[in-house]
Design a protein. Sequence first.
Length: 266
Amino acid sequence: MVFRPKTDQSWEYFGKNDPYFGVITRDVYKTDQLNQQTKKEFFASGESHVNWIFDIINHDLVAGFRPSRALDFGCGVGRLVIPLGRRCDSVVGVDVSESMLHTAALNIKEHGLTNVTFVKGDDKLSNLSGRFDFIHSFIVFQHIPPNRGVAILRRQIELLQDDGVGALHFTYGYASSASTGRRLLTFAEQKIPFVSALRSLLKGGRLNEPQMEMYQYDVNQLLRILQECGCHRWYPRFTETNVRGNAFYGVLLCFQKRATDVQAHG
């Protein structure tokens, strides 16, 4: 028997039943509501996101950045892999859900891209080979327990070549707009199975639909990892993510794998 963490099982469920909703939790992206127009809007949002990422990198970190080989961790159905494929010579998409990867491959074919490949993910990223000059992940680590996530972060930086650039997103706390009641409900859904099932039914979902677990990272620990791994040039951009009515503060960490002199005092 192969052990699969609970969060990985949840994403395989969404990959099979509601792959687009599993990426962006808006009801219009549920399988029974998805149509050509909403699907077009879904992929347009990916194009906008990648443009935003590269604007930040070029303006605040590395002017004229043009990556050759990119990695998108937690690629889902390919929302961000597609625009990355138009900017890079080659792109590798990684996801823990085989069903997500199957749908992503169909989308890549539909968009006429031939420079994108997909691999099944695990905590050691053991199916990846070679180095990358761009690593990216957005609204993904927030669903991975931090003890696993920080190990994956270190492994991604190992795969990043010198002077390469990373753009990785993490959540670190509830937004101030989140009510105490909402926070308690989210906690109960994650800890008490029937609470999650009941809420899913009340919202028109399936009885066995898993909870999308949310995790908060210690930003100090993330910065320590960047320093220890020689990623001394970095730029943060704050985010606010809404997942099923809950708002979370987050940060997009853009960084370059380049060591600089560290000032020592005392």
